[in-house]
Design a protein. Structure first.
Length: 196
């Protein structure tokens, strides 16, 4: 998709704040600092529209980015950030779980995993959670530009081996630097939002 119009519609923390225009939504989940904002910026062809931060745990709301007056990309707070209090983490957890399990507009979830490492326990828990709720998932291995090209196949096969439901159709290697994987991610998004 060629993106001309994008707008941060709302940063929500509860269902009554979600947009109510019925547009399909694709959520992005992943550990803090895995590159969600960088992926969003690459998808919408903006350098720094979604705020990237060197400070993990910065996104504390569900950020709804309206794209081309037809869909939303929803940036979900990152998980696994230790410096946030347990109480705060539980609050985020409830907010994220409510959105992922009760939002009828949600058509699919992009789960970001740092390609430089094998999926963590938290990554696998998130993937299992999404699978349990039968949400369509695209796993995206981020920061692949930091991995030698000769190891890309190994990175992908290691990630796929860790789960029993991911396969090469729903796993993409991505780089915000070289834009590798951008078209594949958009192809998947288009398939999800055109269902029904």
């Amino acid at each position: 998709m060629k993106v001309h119009n994008v707008e941060l519609t709302i940063s929500a923390v509860k269902p009554e704040q979600y947009p109510n225009n019925g547009f399909p939504e694709i959520a992005l989940v992943g550990r803090s600092n895995v590159g969600k904002s960088s992926l969003i910026n690459t998808l919408i062809d903006r350098r720094s529209y979604a705020r990237t931060s060197g400070q993990p745990g910065k996104t504390q709301t569900l950020n709804f980015y309206k794209v081309e007056e037809k869909m939303y990309l929803v940036d979900v707070p990152g998980y696994g950030y230790a410096k946030v209090s347990k109480k705060e983490r539980e609050k985020w957890g409830r907010m994220i779980e409510t959105y992922l399990t009760q939002r009828p507009n949600l058509k699919g979830v992009i789960s970001l995993i740092d390609a430089r490492h094998e999926p963590t326990e938290l990554d696998l828990q998130m993937l299992e959670f999404l699978h349990y709720y039968q949400l369509p998932v695209l796993a995206v291995g981020t920061k692949i530009d930091k991995v030698p090209r000769s190891k890309w196949n190994k990175v992908a096969s290691n990630a796929l081996r860790k789960t029993d439901f991911l396969n090469s159709d729903n796993y993409v290697l991505f780089s915000a630097v070289s834009k590798i994987g951008k078209d594949s991610v958009w192809d998947w998004i288009d398939q999800m939002i055109e269902k029904d």
